[in-house]
Ligand binder design. Structure first.
Ligand code: TMP
Length: 236
């Protein structure tokens, strides 16, 4: 039996895993998009870089006791994941003001927030992923009060780990987006990916080593992703 396509995303495609139907194969693609897919470009090597970066981070998160969908990296562009039902929620954590937060509140990018802020966005392409609060999450039947408390706490725990690792390689973790899913037992676990596509990383000189390079036309995206991977590979 061969793999069958389950879902075609902007940056990844998901396939069945005929050897074990509780698992799926995720294939990272070379496509970069922004504005909900309105701008699209093929950047050779991006898929392999994101798969390697995300695999390395998820391995470390698993080892630190965070429950995730990550099983193992299969090849440069493929990984094996637990099958989950993704919650239609983008969970964003911000350590430093940037991007839409700076725009919304008229605050200069770079202001360090006294306490990291967790935000929810409703994953819905037709609605352009609107900003929502806890009560909207419950209204939409995405998660109950206990689940919401767990999502916020787990995201803060993950932030503490990530911030420490990026700090060790000279990068400041500004903000990031996570996605969670329910596994076969109904547990909420971390899913999707962690790569410079869904976080902001600044070096000591204030250079952007993330997807803002593409969004703001700051240079070669794959060159900075390569640098992030090389720095992460030096982590002990
Ligand atoms: P924002 O400042 O544009 O709201 O983005 C906050 C963080 O979330 C940033 O690290 C980029 C990430 N993000 C995604 O991964 N996907 C998205 O669709 C959006 C809007 C942001």
């Amino acid at each position: 039996m061969s793999r069958e396509l389950i879902y075609q995303g902007k940056a990844k495609d998901l396939y069945t895993n005929p050897e074990d139907e509780d698992l799926i194969v995720t294939v990272y693609k070379d496509q970069a998009t922004m504005l909900n897919g309105a701008r699209k470009e093929i950047l050779a090597g991006k898929g392999a870089l994101n798969n390697q970066i995300s695999s390395l981070i998820f391995e470390k998160l698993n080892a630190a006791g965070i429950r995730t969908h990550f099983i193992k990296q299969l090849s440069k562009t493929e990984q094996l994941n637990k099958k989950v039902a993704i919650l239609p929620l983008e969970v964003v954590l911000r350590n430093v003001a940037a991007g839409s937060f700076s725009k919304r509140f008229g605050i200069e990018e770079g202001l360090v927030l006294k306490r990291p802020i967790v935000e929810f966005y409703y994953k819905n392409d037709e609605l352009d992923d609107p900003f929502i609060n806890d009560e909207h999450v419950m209204f939409l039947n995405i998660a109950d009060g206990n689940d919401i408390a767990f999502l916020k706490e787990e995201t803060r725990r993950i932030n503490n780990l990530l911030k420490k690792w990026f700090d060790q390689i000279g990068l400041q973790l500004i903000d990031f987006k996570l996605e969670f899913g329910r596994d076969a037992d109904g547990n909420i676990i971390l899913a999707d990916e962690f790569s410079p596509d869904n976080c902001r990383l600044w070096d000591a000189a204030g250079n952007h080593l993330d997807k803002d390079v593409f969004r703001r036309n700051l240079g070669s995206l794959t060159a900075v992703y390569e640098e992030v991977l090389e720095r992460l590979q030096g982590l002990v």
